[in-house]
Design a binder for this molecule. Sequence first.
Ligand SMILES: Nc1ncnc2c1ncn2[C@@H]1O[C@H](COP(=O)(O)OP(=O)(O)OP(=O)(O)O)[C@@H](O)[C@H]1O
Length: 901
Amino acid sequence: MESQRGHHILTRLTKIRKRPQQPLTDFTELYSRIANETIYFLNLEEKKRYKDALQGWKALTTDVLFKLTLIEHNYPSIQTYTKDELSLQNGIRELYHKSVMHLERVQKLVREEPVRKDVPSSKTQNTHRSSSFTRTTEPPSAFHMVPGRMMKTLRDRSAYGYKKAYSNPSLPAHNNNISPKPVEETESVRVNFVPSKPLSNTATKQYKKAVEHHDRPLKKETGVYSEKYASEPILIDLTNDEDDEDDYEAGIEEHSVFDEEESEEFEFDVSDYYDNYSEIDEEEQRQRIETLRSLDGIQQRMSDLSVTSSLSSNKSTESSGHVPESSLRSLPNTAPALPLLPPPPPSSTNRASSTGTIKEYNLESYGTMNPSKTKHPQISKLMKTSNATSLKSTKSTPTLIAKSTPTCVAKSKNNSTSTAKSATSSPTSSLTASKPTLQKPRTAAMAAKKVLGNRKVVNNLTNNTVKKTRPVLKSKTTKSSVSSLKKTSIHPSRPAINPKASSQSTSSNKKLMKTSNASVNKVNRQVSAPKKTESSKVDPAKADSTKSELTTGNATPLTEGNEDSEVDKKALREILEDEIIDSLQGVDKQAAEQIFAEIVVHGDEVHWDDIAGLESAKYSLKEAVVYPFLRPDLFRGLREPVRGMLLFGPPGTGKTMLARAVATESRSTFFSISASSLTSKYLGESEKLVRALFAIAKKLSPSIVFVDEIDSIMGSRNNENENESSRRIKNEFLVQWSSLSSAAAGSNKNEGTGSNNNNDEDDTRVLVLAATNLPWSIDEAARRRFVRRQYIPLPEDQTRYVQLKKLLSYQKHTLTDLDFDELVKITEGFSGSDITSLAKDAAMGPLRDLGDKLLETDRDMIRPIGLVDFKSSLQYIKPSVSQDGLVKYEEWASQFGSSGS
Ligand SMILES: Nc1ncnc2c1ncn2[C@@H]1O[C@H](COP(=O)(O)OP(=O)(O)OP(=O)(O)O)[C@@H](O)[C@H]1O
């Protein structure tokens, strides 16, 4: 008894120790941001929009630098960093270095080619001059961009450009150390001291204080600072070098309204990062000095904020007391020093070995924090605690959606260059935005999301439910307007990172390119996405279709730029999948891969509004799934969400649609599985698949495991014809399913305390949602687990009316309300799917009338759809559900289910 209590207390203590104050989320957000935005700016470069790219790089580097510093300041106790956090931190630094290199390169390009007539600049394209950094939305986080993500794996490795190199022969093989730029060459880099998203309240405060601190001499004592800043931070536009002066002043003005009292002292003390300094040996000391020097570079950079770096660097250097002045002199002016990274690890060819290599590299690459090198016991210990780390990363494992709203680029006829390019090379793309029919994305974040395929990004700006204030860059033309941003409907703590990969991601080492070290190369591919530019001629048909697609808003990638962004998406997706797989404990890797390859589905989002009628079913689903997923804090203990919900009813009534809508609206990962996905001919493999499925679902929680035609997996076990294999799958499924629920109902200890801090809740936010046309054949044990059994009947009159209206709403038609009423009557007994088929067929009527003339008839000349078309289609489109069948459903519904019309 006593020992039990002791154990209990210990467990609680461990939890308390583990949970709070870890920078993982911040690091992952930052990492995904820099990675995603990098892709976007590379795309800009490809399109020769160097100015835009330059602005982007500037803002990105500054922002990242600031945020990184801030995170490190907020979490100074580096000893408590998990391995993933260290890897992420390292990865961010690497990407940051890359960004600085890009910045320098593009700066040169801009100087060399100030006027590019063939490429419309951002100014000509956007009257309001919204640079890609008018951050009106949050940065693209590969995982955050996943409102209602439905994942679709694209594990076609060949497509990811394994052979594409991410290197520039002109660059040194390993270029983590950015060579300092001569002061005179250094452009006055306006430091954009504005995070696009406050990391936390404390961070915001510190940020405010930091700005205030650095601008103090210039501060106008208005004393007007109000909470407004927190929600409506003011950002400085970086759009044009000539206007730097204005921006600068504007920035100072804006920054001058900070409340001194509200802010805490922002002290950036690099020594916070290391303690017990004297306990380490000489070699270690030397390394640490290096690192401290670099960190001081950051500190210096911090103090240079809002002023030109070249001017203030010396001052700052002098004031720094941590590092000898001489060593600081060697720090680059434009490229703030960050800890140097060792060369990449040797290549390895398989996933398992690559993981090992990555791990080793992560540790090695962190220089002074290498546990084998450092004698710091806590650090060494930290490096060994991989389990805790994986658990942690579980919650922040990201997912991606594939649906994309690609940016439009048309290939120039004149260009025919076809060399594969690397991210670090000067863009020589043959792509030019000859007639940009798509608006330039309003923010880099949005653009990157587009590149990475988040269709919902734009929608979310208006359609979100979770709001979060976010700073935005202030455009010069709208200096007075400061807008707060809503947090897009994304799970807030779901980053999109492959920490292992990140640590090595941006090495431009050619050798590294050749390795098949999965994560490393994938990130490289993601960032650089070398372009194929073999053909430069515009296929007129293609161009036309691109145009029309763009104008209808249904653009699909047709050009190389877009192909590459597809590659980027795929690469990123694969990275994420690999990361998840690598971090799963006790799960067969192959099985996990198979789950990703076959089961996880992206795209094709369905919203409540897309579904006609079924109001009761919708409400039921909201209550059972959507609300608990969105407000887990309210649904605990007795209110714990159900773990199983069954949708049953005649075929084609919208069960699958409902499931998809639930996935979208609850912003969860959607696993669509079928019997064949879980069946393997090899003994024991199927169980592994089931285990992997649930493990991944937990990892990517909140998740919905949707099993269509559940009767084929969960048929009654009394069936004598059932074979051993399917019995085992069933048993394993039931066992795994049970593991989702808490052992004792109502046993949540946090209930009543109002605590929102239950980090474990994500693990349990997994729902098995199933659909079937044969509810009576489901095994009883499974039926019991489907706490909610929702009957989805044939659509009623009103539902059919709504559906018909919806279907015709985008078509030219002559149907009056009376016609619709008539149609509703005629279609009695039709399922939703039957009605869709009918409408589709009727829509063909006007084309059928044309016969062969169809080919030369102008689109506008085609007659509208009329009632007559429906009537003629009704001759051969008949209801698919028999009345007899309906009786059986209704009986079962009255016995076991609830009605959902
Ligand atoms: N309520 C509805 N609103 C709009 N469309 C619907 C509705 N019900 C069905 N449909 C149409 O029918 C098609 C099939 O629907 P869905 O696949 O969801 O049916 P289901 O009940 O899952 O069928 P099955 O049981 O055969 O799998 C949908 O793609 C949609 O076009």
